[in-house]
Design a protein around this ligand. Structure first.
Ligand code: SF4
Ligand code: SF4
Length: 332
């Protein structure tokens, strides 16, 4: 059973874990206002079946293997210390195999691969190193009203680390956002309020049973945290990932609008994020066969227009307190 991350009685490991970083992405335009640098932490307490960043779900290092770039030289197998990568068969009947259950993420195969077919996902960086890299685009932040976003995975899966990182980044006097599902102990979000200028909070469904069954989280914890943040006068944008067959029915929309309508004037905006399948290849490179949205087409504007109309009627102003697909040009 999954526990609420950061619980001192049952999840003490998080106190000492320094998460791996999958990417520090510059020129990011969808993780808050303006031009931003987004820090992706590796690890998440939830398991959204449509996740388009599957490399950020697990905490341990992983190897991307893009077979299309592989020359078959077998250097990786020669150097793999655990036998995770090995040659099966002989001569013309031999095949390169990758048993991920034996992979420790040591990175030896990546080091010797000359074609770039292998990539190690998850870098161990100190907070000093992260801060130095993240503030490098400070000028762009100033000119665009942008800043830095701590994302993942979920930063609140590593609450102690994320609070420390936020504190350090705030000392750099940049606009700071955090992107989270808010499935965590309230005490950690409460501590972040002092440092975070903008919370980007996903609500994936208003159906608590569905949330638990498919995403492995507790909707009640999330909504309570959201409401607590608003009570503390934190700036919050609520993000609605709209997923075909999961939360795109009229009754799903009504439930979103009924709830969010009560928060109008308290939340900075609602951002509708339509489903896309850009993450599909990532599952393939990670050797994961559990992606349920293979070949599902990207969502267009048409099917969500009804939700846009309902939210508009509930008092959210398109382009101001209601956006579709991102945050470009919208200030908080
Ligand atoms: S990361 Fe290390 S253990 Fe994993 S396949 Fe490569 S060499 Fe083997
Ligand atoms: S070292 Fe790279 S190119 Fe060579 S077999 Fe391994 S993955 Fe393929």
């Amino acid at each position: 059973m999954r526990t609420v991350p950061g619980c001192d009685s049952c999840d003490t490991k998080n106190k000492i874990i320094r998460p791996l970083i999958t990417n520090i992405q510059r020129y990011s335009l969808q993780d808050g206002p303006g031009i931003r640098t987004t820090i992706f932490l590796k690890g998440c307490s939830l398991r959204c079946p449509w996740c388009h960043n599957p490399e950020t779900q697990r905490t341990l290092p992983e190897v991307n293997y893009n077979v299309e770039n592989c020359s078959g030289c077998a250097k990786c197998a020669e150097h793999c210390p655990t036998g995770a990568t090995y040659i099966e068969g002989e001569g013309t009947d031999s095949f390169l195999r990758f048993d991920r259950t034996k992979c420790t993420g040591c990175g030896e195969c990546v080091r010797v691969c000359l074609t770039g077919a292998r990539e190690l996902i998850g870098q161990s960086l100190t907070i000093d190193e992260i801060v130095k890299e993240a503030v490098a685009d400070r000028l762009f932040f100033l000119n665009s009203g942008g800043g830095i976003t701590i994302s993942g995975g979920d930063p609140l899966y590593f609450p102690h680390f994320s609070i420390e990182l936020a504190k350090r980044l705030k000392n750099e006097h940049v606009h700071l956002a955090v992107e989270t599902a808010a499935f965590c102990q309230w005490t950690y979000l409460e501590q972040l309020v002092e440092y975070i200028d903008l919370f980007l909070i996903d609500i994936k469904t208003m159906d608590a049973a569905k949330y638990k069954k498919h995403i492995k989280g507790e909707l009640g914890v999330i909504l309570k945290n959201l409401e607590n943040l608003l009570e503390k006068k934190a700036s919050v944008r609520v993000r609605l990932p709209i997923i075909p067959g999961f939360n795109d029915s009229l009754s799903d929309y009504e439930a979103f609008v009924n709830y969010l309508g009560q928060l109008r004037g308290k939340i900075a905006s609602v951002d509708i994020l339509t489903f896309h399948s850009y993450g599909e290849k990532k599952y393939q490179f990670l050797g994961r066969e559990d992606y349920q949205y293979r070949s599902v087409p990207n969502m267009t504007y048409k099917p969500i227009k009804v939700l846009v109309d309902m939210l508009t009627e509930a008092g959210f102003l398109p382009g101001v307190s209601l956006t579709v697909g991102g945050l470009i040009g919208v200030n908080t």
